[in-house]
Design a binder for this molecule. Sequence first.
Ligand code: NDP
Length: 244
Amino acid sequence: MTPYQKIALVTGATRGIGLETSRQLAQAGVRVLLAGRNLASATQAAAALQADGLAVEPLALDVTDSAAIAAAAAQVKATYGRLDILVNNAGVLLDAMDRKPSEQTLQVWRDTFDTNVFAVVEVTQAFLPLLKAAQSGRIVNVSSQLGSFALHVDPASPIYGFKIPAYDASKSVVNAWTVHLAYELQGSSVKVNAIHPGYVMTDMNGGHGELDVPAGAKSSVQMALLDESGPSGTFTHMGKTLPW
Ligand code: NDP
């Protein structure tokens, strides 16, 4: 009998934390569907990991495109009939750094929420039946400590006074969505958790950060590989609980 191999889908996996999460999951023996905004970018990113002998295949998935989400879910259903791990990693930071919160445009708010919030909900809804069809489904929502409302109002916290409201609020909503979905999934085999990857040296931060990209992928990988005794409905960084 062929041993059971977990199937993972990582969104926004063409660079940064998503690409590294795909690498680490594949190194752990998981078959990874490396999802990119289009097939060309996904194929190019997957090729780099395939060259290292990893079981990775490209998947076209612009997370803001409803038709693309439906097509990707149909493709995964037809090929595998299940999905063990969904990592909602794709994200954008669009707030203009030189503007006050009151000056960020409504378009920035809308575009931020399209990718960071509505896409997470829609992708999750599309793949939830496949996650339920797996032995034990895992959903990882890549949030940020900038989504922590408790930290924003704590003068002693490192993020007190941060001024990128659309991004921060989008991650607060991801956290709320995580809690609501975890309540719904109580008693099922599917667990859902939000993580903060750390302040990671990726394009999103212009290469600045405290963690290199391999370290920045660890929190996602840890929650993706949770065993049966693991929690659901949490918000953590490297396993350490963060305030909501
Ligand atoms: P990057 O900007 O390096 O990479 C973002 C990835 O998301 C790219 O692969 C990009 O694809 C993809 N993406 C964006 N929009 C879409 C879309 N509509 N459809 C498909 N893919 C899309 O970011 P990071 O790796 O730093 O961030 C990954 C996640 O981690 C994000 O959710 C971010 O908010 C979160 N995070 C990051 C932190 C950090 O310090 N870096 C801190 C806290 C949270 P493309 O190349 O096509 O644009």
